[in-house]
Design a binder for this molecule. Structure first.
Ligand code: HMG
Ligand code: MG
Length: 296
């Protein structure tokens, strides 16, 4: 690998905390995000403006987003499913809005209570309004490598959703292995098809580590030219509407490999591990990342 600049998008405060049974008090969330803001991370997904009934762990989204320190050079993002979510996100002056939907119909229905066809106009309206408000917009496509309800997902479905989101004005698509089912050969095959259609710099990889394949999947993605990866500090996380989903790939483990390969992330590993120990102290259990297990 040529040494390269890799962008890590920290999703722990959102994807990590959304499925934890412990409600982390708002002040602790804010303190943790502030700590991470001083590690060299350039992007933190801080919360989610979904219905609090669906994701009670992030019911304090407005307070968190409005309460954090805004460190120059760090983009503060949040999940936004619709106009109501955008209204809340704008109140809290979030920098970047992440819309989301699934490549598979059943997961989309279970996750956001709409068919894919019903979802498009909602996300188009949200994207348009967010861009008009001066925000950047990211889009997640879930179940890219498999659906907990439907099994295999055709790459054509992924292309259709990705293309539709990009046409709406979404600026980057994060390809979600929602249930951590992908393996390296499949990642290579899917990316080969997608990269014929979309430039690598429009795509990011979002691997969950349910079957321990996330790191291998990142390595293959790097070989294919991908440079943006989502991860969660300490391996926190899951998806409540995707049975079997475990945490995202751990940011600390990912850094260990990337720096070992001579790649640059701009992130200070020691400072990041300090932030991992802070949130571990609030979770009442050990974090699952290998780095945290090794450095207790
Ligand atoms: P719905 O019930 O169909 O919504 O939920 P609705 O538009 O019919 O509205 C019903 C009520 O909810 C109304 O209130 C709305 O105002 C309110 P009422 O008039 O009855 O009092 N409402 C809201 N309140 C607060 N914030 C909002 C909001 N929207 C409506 N944004 C909805 C539709 C999308 C809101 C719901 O299904 C939902 O919140 N789903 C959450 C799903 C979720 O967060 N899933 C996890 C994140 S996705 C993920 O983890 C995957 C990812 O990591 C990538 C990967 O791994 O693949 C991103
Ligand atoms: Mg996820």
């Amino acid at each position: 690998f040529d040494p390269k600049q890799i962008t890590i998008k920290e999703v722990g405060p959102r994807d990590g905390l959304q499925n934890e049974s412990v409600f982390v008090p708002t002040a602790d969330k804010i303190a943790w995000i502030n700590q991470m803001s001083h590690t060299g991370l350039s992007y933190i997904e801080v919360t989610s403006f979904v219905h609090p009934k669906w994701i009670p762990a992030l019911a304090d989204a407005v307070e968190v987003a409005a309460g954090i320190e805004r460190v120059p050079g760090v983009t503060y993002a949040a999940l936004v499913p619709n106009a109501k979510g955008l209204e809340r996100a704008l109140t809290a002056n979030i920098d970047e809005v992440s819309v989301f939907m699934s490549a598979s119909e059943t997961h989309n229905l279970k996750n956001i209570n709409k068919t894919r066809e019903e979802t498009y106009p909602i996300l188009a309206e949200t994207t348009k309004a967010a861009l008009a408000a001066g925000k950047s917009v990211r889009g997640y496509v879930s179940t890219v490598f498999g659906c907990p309800y439907e099994g295999a997902v055709a790459v054509d479905e992924v292309i259709r959703v990705t293309e539709t989101l990009l046409e709406m004005g979404v600026q980057e698509i994060s390809l979600g292995d929602t249930i951590g089912i992908a393996q390296p050969r499949q990642v290579q095959e899917v990316l080969e098809v997608l990269l014929r259609r979309f430039p690598a710099d429009k795509l990011a990889m979002h691997f969950h580590d349910t079957r321990g394949m996330a790191m291998a999947n990142v390595l293959v993605s790097l070989e294919m030219g991908m440079t943006t990866f989502d991860s969660s500090l300490g391996g926190l996380g899951g998806c409540p509407y995707a049975p079997g989903a475990s945490g995202n790939i751990a940011t600390d483990d990912l850094l260990y490999m990337l720096h070992g390969l001579g790649m640059q992330t701009g992130i200070d590993t020691d400072k990041l591990l300090e932030a991992a120990r802070f949130i571990q102290g609030k979770m009442g259990r050990s974090l699952m990342s290998h780095s945290m297990q090794a450095c207790q």
